[in-house]
Each structure stands twice: as structure tokens, then as C-alpha cells.
Design a protein around this ligand. Structure first.
Ligand SMILES: Cc1cc2nc3c(=O)[nH]c(=O)nc-3n(C[C@H](O)[C@H](O)[C@H](O)COP(=O)(O)O)c2cc1C
Length: 181
């Protein structure tokens, strides 16, 4: 089984990239599942004119990886009480034909230095993915507030609370996937 991650932040020091990396590492350390991060950094802004000529190589390659994955984990930052524009652009490209997302299992996670834990963005992204017909898992809920106080830039988890949340989330997800597949 392959679990792939997609991050909706392009910046090098992204907390969401780090959250995704830690989560995927913990999943592969505790199961036989393979994990991978899908590179979306070269996606252009969606433009039907580009699409009409031919799908960009970066989009084709990411779509192939989505197709081959059993679960996609989307890590999205909170921007203006919603998901990031980068994340929406990724979803827009991936949603286009040829279809690769029908019935795909997905989980949304997120982190913010603020207090919201990305909750509104999480809700909006779940809504979009549900509308696309994806199988959105509503648990585990790995939403992290005050991330800059809970994870060090080198990936070390700094609080017992977050350590517990990671452990519970990893166990819950592995159990769920073992029941599904
Ligand atoms: C345009 C913009 C809007 C933002 N809006 C919110 C917000 O509504 N709620 C929130 O908690 N953080 C908000 N933030 C802070 C981001 O969550 C924070 O910069 C976060 O670290 C971005 O994710 P990243 O570290 O993965 O790049 C916003 C940041 C930007 C640049």
C-alpha cells in the first residue's frame, strides 16, 4: 500500500511540510506501508489555455503518483480563514481529466502558528474534496495550533500533548487502513 503526501505550502521552512514529513515517517516506521511526498512545486497557476495545449510535465507526473496511491494526505496551511491558494491550485489541476481521484481515500492535516489549528481551511478543503467524490477520512484529526511552540525546526516534537496526538493519529490511521484494504 502506498500513502502519498501533498503539501499546500511551497516555502522551504514550511511547518506543514514538516508536519507531513514527520507523520509519513511515523506511519512507515510503524507499518508496512510505503510513503512518498508528491512534488507539486512546479505546478503553474491553472490556466485552461495551458491545459488545452498539453498537461505540464509536473502535473502529469503528480497525477500519475496520485493514481498509484491508496491514500493521499493533504497538508494545508490556513490562509485567511481558508485553505491556501497553492492548495486550491493543486486540487484544481489534479481534478482535471484524465480522472485519477475518483474514490481515492484522502486525509487532510494542517498546522499553524496561530490558535485555529487550520480548522476553517481544513473544513473548506474537506468540502472541496468531498464534492469531487473523494473518500474523505474524518479521523484521525491531526490539526496543530501553536506549531512553532510544539515542533522544533529540526522536526523534534516539543510537547507531550503533540507527541500523544501523533501516536494516536498514526495508530488510528494504520488501523483504519488495515480495515479498508
Ligand atoms: C496570506 C496569509 C494569510 C494567513 N491567514 C491565516 C489565518 O487565517 N489563520 C491562521 O491561523 N494563520 C494564518 N496565516 C499564518 C499561516 O498559517 C502561517 O504563515 C503558516 O506558517 C503557513 O504555513 P507554512 O508554515 O506551512 O508555510 C496566514 C498567512 C498568510 C501568508
Amino acid at each position: 500500500m502506498l500513502i502519498s503526501g501533498i503539501c499546500g505550502s511551497l516555502r522551504n521552512e514550511s511547518w506543514n511540510k514538516l508536519l507531513l514529513k514527520i507523520f509519513l515517517e511515523k506511519i512507515s516506521d510503524n507499518s508496512n506501508f510505503e510513503t512518498d511526498v508528491i512534488d507539486v512545486s512546479k505546478f503553474p497557476l491553472y490556466n485552461a489555455d495551458i491545459e488545452a495545449k498539453s498537461l505540464p510535465e509536473s502535473v502529469l507526473s503528480a497525477k500519475e503518483k496520485v493514481k498509484n496511491s491508496d491514500l493521499i494526505i493533504f497538508a494545508s496551511p490556513a490562509y485567511n480563514s481558508s485553505l491556501s491558494g497553492v492548495m486550491k491550485n493543486i486540487v484544481d489541476w489534479i481534478s482535471r481529466p484524465p480522472k485519477v481521484i475518483d474514490d481515492k481515500y484522502i486525509l487532510v492535516i494542517g498546522a499553524t502558528p496561530g490558535l485555529s489549528g487550520t480548522l476553517l481551511g481544513y473544513t473548506h478543503l474537506n468540502h472541496i474534496l468531498l464534492s469531487l467524490g473523494m473518500n474523505v477520512l474524518n479521523q484521525p484529526r491531526l490539526l496543530v495550533s501553536k506549531v512553532d511552540k510544539q515542533i522544533a525546526p529540526n522536526g523534534k516534537i516539543l510537547t507531550e500533548e503533540l507527541s500523544q496526538l501523533f501516536d494516536n493519529s498514526v495508530n488510528q490511521l494504520i488501523k483504519k487502513l488495515n480495515n479498508l484494504y
